[in-house]
Design a protein around this ligand. Structure first.
Ligand code: ZN
Length: 314
């Protein structure tokens, strides 16, 4: 199987929107604060650019919304039904349009567990591996049967979709999959006109990157994904748990990771053990299990294991 071997591919959603939608935001309240809030806070829609909003606050990761008067595209589903409903209500304050698309950046619970709070039948766009994870994680079969999966194969080609055939304005949205990185279901939603990319959990700035080995995430993949993000003609990167970032921020993050990799490579060349390498980075000795569950290895250990081509599992 060559699953997950494709380094990068893109699908494009061609969304037809009514020209009536042009002016729908005039007169709307655009005074939402633009600061990112770390602490749990009421759910808000922060205007980023054009008709693009970042979904902040509530329970779960930040997401996004492209809001017109004929159609709405939502990115990520919050972590609880309540927060999802709060999001749906916030959107309804700005438009009477139904949610036309819900794109999931990956399968983690803080991005998808709010799904039951969305209207039934909303078309879901996700990587097929997200469906795999969610089929396993969601226990309510009736709920699962009601999900309206639209795109599951994101590894190849370009997929044009006509959202509303009667509408007459085309809106291009690109869905990118750069291969397994944070997980093997990562999608990036890129709006070329606005130069804004919603990247899910591919970017963290206040902590080490998070790589879910149990979902086939990889460090090499993350490096490749960051390069993919830089290759986009994007000016603003919006992620699940950090504030808005620019291209320089992503470059700095990538350089830091490559530096860490180079240092670990040189230690491996000196026949240093994993424990030596962790000590060199000041990583404290950790118990092998926490609360009865196997400890998830940190970044240095993940890099070391990949570079020494050991299996990531224990
Ligand atoms: Zn995540």
């Amino acid at each position: 199987m060559s699953k997950n071997r494709v380094a990068h591919s893109a699908a494009v959603l061609l969304i037809l929107l009514a020209s009536l939608g042009q002016a729908e935001s005039e007169g709307q309240d655009r005074s939402q604060p633009v600061q990112y809030r770390q602490e749990p806070a009421p759910l808000t829609l922060a205007l980023i650019r054009g008709n693009l909003y970042e979904v902040r606050g509530g329970s779960g990761a930040n997401g996004g919304a492209y809001i017109r008067d004929q159609s709405v595209l939502v990115i990520d589903a919050k972590m609880t039904e309540d927060s999802a409903r709060a999001l749906v209500e916030k959107i309804a304050e700005l438009t009477t349009a139904p949610i036309s698309w819900l794109v999931l950046t990956h399968s983690d619970g803080d991005h998808v567990n709010g799904l039951p709070g969305f209207p039934r039948g909303v078309p879901l766009v996700a990587h097929r591996n997200a469906k795999r994870d969610m089929d396993a994680a969601f226990e309510d079969d009736a709920f699962k049967d009601g999900l309206n999966w639209m795109i599951l194969m994101m590894d190849t080609g370009v997929l044009p979709i006509v959202l509303k055939p009667k509408d007459n304005e085309e809106k291009r949205v690109e869905i990118h999959h750069f291969g397994p990185a944070h997980t093997d279901s990562d999608l990036v939603v890129f709006f070329p006109e606005e130069k804004v990319a919603f990247v899910g959990d591919l970017l963290f700035f206040e902590r080490d990157p998070l790589i879910h080995l149990h979902k086939n995430g990889t460090f090499r993949g993350l490096v490749a994904a960051l390069k993919g993000l830089l290759a986009l003609d994007a000016e603003i990167y919006l992620s699940g748990h950090s504030g808005p970032a620019g291209k320089e921020d992503v470059k700095t993050l990538l350089a830091g990771l490559e530096e860490k990799q180079a240092k670990i490579e040189s230690l491996i060349a000196q026949n240093k053990s994993l424990e030596d390498v962790k000590a060199a980075f000041g990583v404290p000795a950790e118990p092998s299990a926490v609360s009865g569950r196997p400890r998830r290895p940190g970044l240095v250990e993940i890099i070391y294991r990949e570079l020494t081509e050991k299996k990531p599992g224990r």
